[in-house]
Design a protein around this ligand. Sequence first.
Ligand code: F6R
Length: 257
Amino acid sequence: MKIGIFPDDDSIGRAAADLVQELFTHHPQANLGLATGSSPLATYRHLIDRVSSGTLSFARGQAYTLDEYVGLEPDHPQRYRHVIYRDFLSRVDFPAQSVHTPNGNANDLGAAARNYDQSIAQAGGIDLQILGIGSDGHIGFNEPGESFSSRTHVGVLTDQTRQDNARFFGADIDAVPAYCITQGLGTIMEARRLVLVAQGRSKARAIRELVEGAVSARWPATIMQMHPDAWVLIDEEAASELELIDYYREVWEKSRA
Ligand code: F6R
């Protein structure tokens, strides 16, 4: 894995946006995988600025989001489809028909999950997947115990995740849905490049497990150790439990020299 440790959120966002821009410069028809939530906001800000200034365009690309809550009212502001439009998609130039999100309100959620997986495969797969990480080690909404080869599926959120996300639901954990539909770990691992961004002390344990822990279903993100092109871009606080932090800094600097 490539591990970049940055002084602040803005520099994480710039580095992640550089990777996205490099992809679209060489491959304007690329498929970009998007995460919702707070972690990628600085990345999205940098990408929005570059699209606004004309140095980057997604006009020929496709976007696929990772996951969605199940059962929120169609107009609920915390539906991930709405959140990602508010935070990113409404301010860049992906054509509307090129944006794909899992349907958490489908009558047949199993079929919706299978169809979503198929649509990614038919499009040729995700070229670059942006990821956040849950404090319990989830990526997408793949919670502890999830199969490493899972496809897009309906899952049950942990109390930890519902507690973490209650801040978006008026601090009311009961208002956070218990179910989700998410790309599986197998689906995510098929992306050609993974770029995980994380900030803050609350992510430090999960980052330690991701980078230095044993590959284990207890910490689903550890499967990224098996990916040939995974990037972990974090701030000092998220890096604070890494045993070999000085070594990772040295490798990063030498690989940029
Ligand atoms: C969101 C997603 C989740 C989040 C994770 C961290 O689409 O897939 O894995 O990335 O829960 O959330 P934040 O960034 O809000 O801390």
